[in-house]
Design a protein around this ligand. Structure first.
Ligand code: ADP
Ligand code: MG
Length: 258
C-alpha cells in the first residue's frame, strides 16, 4: 500500500473525512505555498472543523422537516409593510429563541407568513438551534397517534427537544375536543423550554371557533401570549401580485380581477 492510501485509511479510522477527501490538495497547497508545519496542521484542522460544522448544519435543516427551503434574504420588506426593518433585524438576530419568546404571524393567504416562518427556522438551523417544522394538521395527527405509531413518536420526541417549533397553518381546519386538549398539553409542556412560531389565518377572537371550545382557546392563548410578539400581516397576496403565466411570453393577459 502506498503512503497516501495508507494515510487515507488512517484518516477514515480517525473519522477525518474531510482530510481523507482533500489530502492531495492539502499537501499540494502546502508544497506550493511553502507552508510551515504549524500552518499545514492548522489547515487540516480548519478544513475538518468546517466540514463537520457544515454537515451538522445540513443535518439540522433536514431534521427540521421544512416542506421547502425559504430564506430570510429573499423576504421583500417593501412588499410586506407589516414588518419594519428594525423588527426584521431583531427577528433575524434570534435572541428571542433563547428568551423563549413566541411569535404569532397572522393574516390572509399569500402574504408571506410561511416564508417568514421557514426563513427564520432555516436561519436558526444555521445558527445551531434545533428546529422542528410542522403544519397544525400533521402535528395534531402525530399527537393523536404517538402512542401507537413509531414515526409519530419520533417526530414528537424531536419536537419536545427542539429550541424552536414552527406550527404552520393553525386554524385552517377545525379540530375536535380530544385534539384540542392534546394541543393544549403540548403548548403547556413546551412553554418553559421551546420558542414557538405560529402562522394562522385566524385572529385571536376566532380561535374559540376553530377549537370548538372558548375555555380551551383562552387557556392556549394565555400560555402562548405570555412572552409573545404578534405580527398581523395584512395586504395583498404576493402570489396574486406576482402571478406568473407560461403563455404569451410570461405576460399575464387575462383580464380577470382577483
Ligand atoms: P402565506 O403562508 O401567508 O399564505 P407564503 O409565505 O406561502 O404565504 O407566500 C406565498 C408565496 O409568496 C411564497 O412563494 C413566498 O415566497 C412569496 N412571498 C410572500 N411574501 C413575500 C415577501 N414579502 N417577499 C418575498 N416573497 C414573498
Ligand atoms: Mg402559509
Amino acid at each position: 500500500m502506498d503512503k497516501l492510501t495508507e494515510l487515507k485509511e488512517q484518516a477514515i479510522s480517525l473519522s477525518l473525512y474531510n482530510t481523507k477527501d482533500s489530502i492531495e490538495t492539502l499537501i499540494h497547497k502546502a508544497e506550493q505555498e511553502e507552508q510551515t508545519y504549524t500552518d499545514f496542521i492548522a489547515n487540516i484542522f480548519t478544513g475538518e472543523l468546517k466540514y463537520r460544522h457544515d454537515k451538522a448544519q445540513a443535518r439540522r435543516v433536514k431534521d427540521a422537516g421544512f416542506p421547502y427551503p425559504k430564506y430570510l434574504k429573499d423576504f421583500d420588506l417593501n412588499f410586506c409593510r407589516a414588518i419594519s426593518k428594525k423588527q426584521f433585524k431583531q427577528l433575524s438576530e434570534l435572541t428571542w429563541i433563547d428568551g423563549l419568546y413566541n411569535l404569532i404571524l397572522s393574516g390572509p393567504p399569500g402574504v408571506g407568513k410561511t416564508h417568514l416562518a421557514i426563513g427564520l427556522g432555516y436561519h436558526a438551523c444555521e445558527e445551531g438551534y434545533k428546529v422542528s417544522y410542522s403544519t397544525m394538521q400533521s402535528l395534531v395527527q402525530c399527537l393523536r397517534t404517538e402512542e401507537i405509531d413509531r414515526r409519530s413518536r419520533a417526530k414528537m420526541n424531536r419536537i419536545r427537544k427542539s429550541n424552536l417549533l414552527i406550527i404552520d397553518e393553525v386554524g385552517y381546519l377545525p379540530i375536535n375536543p380530544t385534539e384540542g386538549n392534546l394541543f393544549f398539553q403540548l403548548i403547556s409542556e413546551l412553554q418553559e423550554q421551546t420558542a414557538i412560531v405560529i402562522t394562522t389565518n385566524k385572529g385571536f377572537e376566532e380561535w374559540a371557533e376553530f377549537l370548538n371550545d372558548p375555555a380551551l382557546a383562552t387557556a392556549i392563548l394565555d400560555r402562548l401570549s405570555y412572552r409573545c410578539d404578534r405580527i398581523k400581516i395584512s395586504g395583498k397576496s404576493y402570489r396574486l401580485e406576482n402571478r406568473k403565466s407560461f403563455l404569451n411570453d410570461g405576460k399575464d393577459t387575462s383580464d380577470e380581477t382577483v
